[in-house]
Design a protein around this ligand. Sequence first.
Ligand SMILES: Cc1cc2nc3c(=O)[nH]c(=O)nc-3n(C[C@H](O)[C@H](O)[C@H](O)COP(=O)(O)OP(=O)(O)OC[C@H]3O[C@@H](n4cnc5c(N)ncnc54)[C@H](O)[C@@H]3O)c2cc1C
Length: 516
Amino acid sequence: MTDNEFAALPPGVSAERFRAAIAKFRDAIGQEHVVVSSERVAPYAKIMIPEEEEKHMPAGALMPKTVEEVQKIVAVCNEYKVPVWPISTGRNFGYGSAAPAKRGSMVLDLRRMNRIIEVNEELGYALVEAGCTYQQLADYIEEHDLALWLDTPMPAPIASPTGNTLDRGVGYTPYGEHFLFQCGMEVVLANGKVLRTGMGALENSNTWQVFKWGYGPYLDGIFTQSNYGIVTKMGFWLMPRPPVYKPFLVKYPNQDDIVTAIDTIRPLRMNQVIANAGTVSNALWEIAVGTRRFELWEEEGQIPDEIVTAYAKEKGYGAWNVYAALYGTEEQVAVNWKMVKGAFESSGGTLMTENDMDPDDPLWQYRKDMMSGTLSMQEFGMYNWRGGGGSTWFAPVSQARGSETLKQMQLAKEITKKYGIDYVALFIIGWRDMHHIVDLLYDRTDPRQMRAAHDCYGELLKRFAKQGYGVYRANTAFMDEVAELYGPVKHEVNLALKRALDPNGIIAPGKSGIDI
Ligand SMILES: Cc1cc2nc3c(=O)[nH]c(=O)nc-3n(C[C@H](O)[C@H](O)[C@H](O)COP(=O)(O)OP(=O)(O)OC[C@H]3O[C@@H](n4cnc5c(N)ncnc54)[C@H](O)[C@@H]3O)c2cc1C
């Protein structure tokens, strides 16, 4: 194999050394599971974020099947200083997909490690290998007729609970904050040792998936959004299927009604009347999921509010649309419904339930699915809005207070407008926060739009930080900038942990801005 047959070389590693490492990887996991030809590496480099693929080009991919094979891989990585970028299913769309933060890492693709180890109906938990998808679990639950619900992110059919949870992703049932409901991990450390967190450290333990904390410092958190280990198994809780599920929609007519909407939701959510991570989406989100931009507006520049408002009115969308649900017995739901109805109706919103909806309405159907953990890919329609495969999520955290969400909305609208990007946004209802999710949609084939999306994200980050707002998750193009915003002391601690756990820096250099 000649030098230019490699898609990229690991930083500081000569082609000759890399060849020697490849030979060792092949001995460890088998020839066919070591990918280095540019042609086979290319799919791992495909990204939606506004940067050139070249910057994130992997040197190859490794596809182990067992924990022992992962251990052998890290031994070779240490010997040859070849870094790996672990993915569970690699569908981190809009945050970097499967590609590494730094050019020249090898993708450690765990998709072959996809066993469901246990699903326990009585205690409501699952233990899976990293590459296991939500779809596999959904099929398993259906096949065994288990009275359990999954909680899934939107790309669930092709994504994994492990990858999503490790990036601290979210879903939409009462178990929506995934890391809260994670319980027990198995991690291969950079030195090849295998750590079982929490109660998993005890031999013959049967409490690994039922008690999160174990004894001593709680470690699971340091393996999320980090590069301190390779998670090979993860436990998490599954919600018992409730006897009654009552989804609803509340529409508000004006953009400033975000204040009323959020202030109405907050006490209901904090008191667990509304127990789930519902969403509050703007009109443009509703429109973009099922419409192409040119049908409304063909000019450059942010689509004007009047156009959006007129189209939303025609289609019956609110300026803001609250999707949430009630869960429980008939009696519980009846009592909670009284409170929900009273609160939203007196807030000026239009409240709708299943009976008011067209059963074929795809927007209603997909929210109904996602708030009950049913898999759907409907939201991918959003990528036809502009076309050209560009998307990057700007995801700042807001207090769950109307005045704060209004301030964030206004700031995000102003900045996106400057770059000619539409404000396609929703708020995900947290326990005391709102995840403000803005999808910067653009055409990757148009260099001007690429630059605009890139600079827009950069300005959003900085201007939000000036107001004290930070993102909950970041894409691989901006990890260093985001880490810097979280300050030098946090960064020092992150680096100290990295040096202690991975002195050769072989695991995911650059993840969350951590690189030695
Ligand atoms: C239309 C659309 C809707 C979306 N909706 C949602 C949503 O509702 N909620 C949401 O959270 N996201 C959403 N996303 C973003 C993203 O696609 C999902 O979060 C997806 O679940 C992440 O991909 P994955 O599960 O394959 O994780 P991966 O890509 O496998 O992992 C994510 C990251 O975690 C780390 N990692 C993964 N596995 C390991 C491991 N075993 N050991 C160590 N580190 C690891 C790596 O840094 C990796 O890059 C959406 C994206 C799109 C395009």
